[in-house]
Design a protein around this ligand. Structure first.
Ligand SMILES: *Cc1c(COP(=O)(O)O)cnc(C)c1O
Length: 444
């Protein structure tokens, strides 16, 4: 095992108020040129990033507990990724895999077949974004089964394209006034132990019984689910929920799609969150952590399903771009060299111990949950489980003012989530947690 080395000092240091004058000037230019529909969680512009640190244009060094939404697990400028990208860019930037193919694409497909759950024969297709991977997983499932209906769950997030908006649960900001949405999508209750109190078997029975009543297995092409829900609030289903759904799908010719766009690539302490209960999805969708920040996504699944599609039925001009593939091979190399699954578990041990102690102390901390380095605090009105989104927002804002980047999420907007780069040092992580804890104490 090798330990990561860094270009930038791994130290928080503020030299201006946040945002500083240069960030504020960029915000003004942005407002005159970039569409308002693209939000930014943090009004601070990036100049450099490495390991657990983002340096802004005013020279402030911030602790990154967001990884650009679970993307830069190996850091934002890991040498394995940077070197592989430089080397590839010096040769060819694009040919289109559908015109003159290249080895990098094939190598990524071989790696994904080896890393994803299950020993069966697999095939892979590469795309650019998580939403595109989800769209294509559904296309494959429909063609291979000859059926149309697709089941998604409460609190699901699958993307912002038309089909994936339909699969996504939350209206504002993702879908409101942007319909009509794709038909034949059905939403089922999932498993949210903090709010529904059901064990895994009972939650699965509830979903399966509604599927049988409202759709029927003979109409259902696929079930798509995040093994731990991301944007919906880092909701970890009760044990047994996923295996029961998988068993039902397998015995009913329904394709089980695990959307591991956020949970994949060591984030939860194993290569994939599906590994936790040894569930083997028929198709797995991947993106975010796959390529150290380069835009790449993938579906990997049963060879009989993927190969059912006629030549030309899957693809795209940029899908599996050679530079993005080089980035993925560099990132996968780095994840193995640094043993990032073990590192994610160690991050979880540190964070959950501290945050569970905070939960004992502060009644507004309703739930602390997650797995590995996918860590969440759900805020509620004390003495109830009524969501407190204002508090979650205030905690993130207070942490930012002290140089710590924290993201919020949740159907009710009341969850603060931590997604540190997996290469972050223990010291920097602890300092970030100090800031989070003191923000919570000072605001409650
Ligand atoms: C982010 C995300 C997507 C969408 O990925 P994009 O690259 O933003 O299109 C899909 N599914 C899950 C679970 C995600 O977290």
């Amino acid at each position: 095992m090798t330990t990561p080395s860094f270009r930038l000092p791994q130290k928080r240091a503020l030299v201006t108020e946040l945002p500083g004058p240069k960030s504020t000037a960029l915000t003004a230019r942005r407002q005159a040129s970039v569409a308002a529909g693209v939000g930014s969680a943090v009004p601070v512009y990036t100049a450099d990033a490495d390991g657990g640190i983002i340096v802004d244009v005013d020279g402030n060094s911030l602790i990154d507990l967001g990884s650009g939404i679970a993307v830069t697990s190996v850091g934002a400028s890991d040498p394995h990724v940077v070197e592989a990208v430089r080397e590839q860019a010096g040769h060819f930037t694009h040919t289109c895999f559908m015109v003159t193919p290249y080895e990098g694409y094939v190598q990524v497909a071989e790696e994904l077949a080896a890393m994803t759950p299950g020993e069966h024969e697999k095939r892979t297709v590469l795309f650019n974004s998580g939403a595109e991977a989800v769209e294509n997983a559904v296309k494959v499932a429909r063609l291979a089964t000859g059926k149309n209906a697709v089941v998604a769950f409460d609190h699901a997030y699958h993307g912002r394209t038309n089909l994936t908006m339909a699969l996504t649960a939350k209206s504002l900001p993702y879908k409101k006034h942007m319909g009509p949405f794709a038909p034949d999508i059905y939403r089922m209750p999932g498993s949210y132990p903090y709010r529904d109190g059901l064990d895994g078997a009972a939650a699965a029975r509830r979903a399966i019984s509604q599927i049988e009543v409202q759709i029927g297995a003979d109409e259902l092409a696929a079930i798509i689910i995040e093994p731990i829900q991301g944007e919906g609030g880092f909701i970890v289903p009760a044990k047994g929920f996923l295996p029961t759904l998988v068993d039902w799908a397998k015995s009913n010719n329904v394709v089980f799609i695990a959307d591991e766009v956020q949970t994949g690539f060591a984030r939860t302490g194993q290569w994939f969150a599906s590994n936790d209960e040894e569930t083997v999805p028929d198709i797995i969708t991947m993106a975010k952590g796959i390529a150290g920040g380069l835009p790449l996504s993938a579906i990997t699944g049963r060879a009989d399903l993927l190969d059912a599609v006629h030549p030309g039925g899957l693809g795209g001009t940029y899908g599996g771009n050679p530079i993005a593939c080089a980035g993925a091979l560099g990132a996968i190399h780095a994840m193995r060299a640094y043993d990032l699954p073990a590192r994610a578990r160690a991050i979880g041990d540190i964070a959950f111990t501290r945050l569970r102690a905070l939960q004992e102390e502060i009644p507004a901390v309703g739930d602390v949950r997650g797995r590995g380095a996918m860590i969440a605090v759900e805020f509620v009105k004390p003495g109830t489980n009524d969501p407190d989104p204002a508090l979650a927002k205030a905690v993130a804002a207070k942490a930012l003012s002290e140089g710590v980047i924290l993201l919020t999420c949740g159907s009710y907007g009341n969850v603060v989530r931590l997604l540190p780069p997996l290469v972050i040092s223990d010291d920097l992580l602890s300092e970030g947690l100090d800031v989070l804890e003191s923000a919570v104490r000072s605001l409650t």
